[in-house]
Design a protein around this ligand. Structure first.
Ligand code: 4AD
Ligand code: MG
Length: 460
């Protein structure tokens, strides 16, 4: 017999058909001669109601199964007497497993904090089923968006020797004996004896290698894991997150700013179209007004201002900030929040930041003070995209690298791109979890990645 899913059943409503279906019990209601079971298999937001009556083989044992128990059964799809479109009258139980009594998801309304402790079981809840089906849809949307726009998907290395963002937030990759590492004459750890023959790390970005492919294939994007050992225990930082990094040859900053806005709007429309039941649930229980917000953002052009204009808006706002607003300093979360949540009440693209707070590779503006950088900020989440036009001039780039004390040897190949037919090019990185937060209305980044890694936390 064909194995069905609840999703397929809901789509087809095959009244009269004999089906085979597996899932986990959400709830159970018993009467004398039969039992109603609400079953969910995670394929969709909907549950399905099963009626089992006492003529069923093994009925006695079977109905002792409570919340969290699993079952695989055969049955007939019938019109429902209740509110549902249909229900299933069980004819045979092929398999069941009664969950232990301490199944942690018994109670309704368990807190997000508690659910993080049972990250391995939370995919069975309504909320997390919805979040992770949306996350899946957004990954599909990402590949479709870039493919339809002529981008090639490139996989960049995860292990690297470069700190491309220059922020020093690296996780070391090493096979040396941590207790007894080889030392050189100066008494320092001798990394020439390490696996790769030099110090190596998990990547903080795939951008530089992405640039190499853009400077040969035109438009590319990456979609991969990214690692940063930043010690920020916030609701928007992970030590391991996923980033999408498009890179476009011959494009300037405005081209990729538009690409970034188009991509975000595309993802929103894709979710609205493919994840209506999930968004409805989140709209009702997690984030009131979510669907109105998404509909609005999907069709409203993003505002675009320079960093200098942003500083002017913030200083003339008369609002009391914890961190002082000062030209030259990076925008803090509270400043970004003010711009998106209060001043513009929507996403905003901020460009041309001071060069001293940005990475070495960004294109230098003629003013000598700023670079062609951009961040896209969204309400509730803050920075969702960071990007820039890249410095394509060999001399300017090497000069900047020297100023920033970068080891030129490591970047020799990157500089080659500026020696052999250099071209203007631009790109950005979108933090996938930040996008999932924004589109689901979830407020903690730990709740939009299956198993989160943060300072002090590497469970599961
Ligand atoms: O702004 P970032 O650091 O930019 C880059 O890495 C560039 N190489 C991108 C490029 O131009 N190709 O990071 C990009 C985005 C941020 O805007 C944010 O959404 C996300 O990555 N991000 C994080 N997400 C979760 N946890 C963290 N610790 C993050 N750090 C950055
Ligand atoms: Mg950034």
């Amino acid at each position: 017999m064909k194995l069905w899913t609840v999703k397929k059943l809901v789509e087809k409503k095959p009244i009269g058909e004999k089906v085979k279906l597996g899932g986990w019990i959400k709830s159970q209601r018993k009467s004398k001669a039969f039992t109603f079971i609400v079953l969910n298999d995670g394929s969709t937001q909907d549950d399905v109601q099963i009626i089992a009556d006492d003529v069923l083989e093994g009925y006695e044992e079977f109905v002792k199964c409570g919340t969290g128990s699993s079952m695989l059964l055969h049955g007939e799809v019938v019109e429902s007497q209740g509110k549902q479109d249909f229900e299933i009258r069980a004819t045979k139980v092929e398999f069941f497993h009664r969950a232990d009594d301490d199944y942690p998801l018994q109670k309704k309304g368990t807190s997000m904090e508690f659910l993080r402790e049972v990250s391995h079981l939370r995919p069975r809840t309504n909320t997390f089923g919805a979040v992770f089906r949306i996350r899946h849809a957004l990954a599909q949307a990402t590949h479709k968006f870039f493919n339809d726009n002529g981008f090639f998907y490139v996989n960049t290395p995860i292990v690297t020797a470069m700190d491309a963002e220059g922020a020093g937030e690296l996780f070391r990759v090493s096979t040396l004996d941590a207790n007894n590492p080889p030392k050189n004459d100066k008494g320092e750890v001798d990394f020439s004896k390490d696996y790769f023959g030099k110090e190596s790390y998990l990547c903080v970005t795939g951008q530089l290698e992405g640039e190499a492919f853009a400077c040969g294939m035109g438009s590319i994007y990456t979609f991969g894991p990214t690692f940063r050992s930043e010690n920020s225990n916030t609701a928007r930082h992970l030590a391991e997150f996923w980033m999408i990094e498009p890179e476009v040859a011959f494009a300037d900053l405005d081209d990729v700013a538009k690409l970034g806005a188009d991509y975000i709007q595309y993802m929103i429309n894709y979710a609205l179209e493919h994840c209506a039941p999930e968004l409805n649930m989140l709209n009702k229980f997690i984030s009131k007004g979510l669907i109105d917000k998404l509909n609005h953002v999907a069709k409203t052009p993003f505002k675009q201002i320079t960093y200098t204009e942003a500083v002017d808006i913030l200083t003339s706002s008369k609002k009391k900030f914890d961190y002082k607003v000062e030209w030259g300093a990076d925008l803090q979360t509270e400043h970004e929040r003010f711009l998106t949540d209060e001043h513009f009440n929507g996403p905003v693209i901020v460009t041309d930041y001071p060069k001293d707070i940005k990475a070495f590779y960004m294109k230098q503006n003629p003013d000598g003070k700023t670079v062609r950088a951009m961040d896209i900020l969204v309400p509730g989440v803050g920075e969702i995209i960071g990007g820039s036009q890249r410095e394509e001039d060999y001399d300017k780039l090497t000069k900047r690298m020297a100023e920033m004390d970068l080891e030129e040897d490591l970047y020799r190949w990157y500089l080659d791109l500026r020696r052999f037919g250099t071209v203007p090019h631009s790109g950005f990185g979108l933090g996938f979890e930040r996008a999932v937060m924004y589109i689901t209305g979830m407020t903690n980044i730990r709740d939009v990645i299956p198993f989160y890694r943060t300072p002090g936390h590497v469970e599961f």
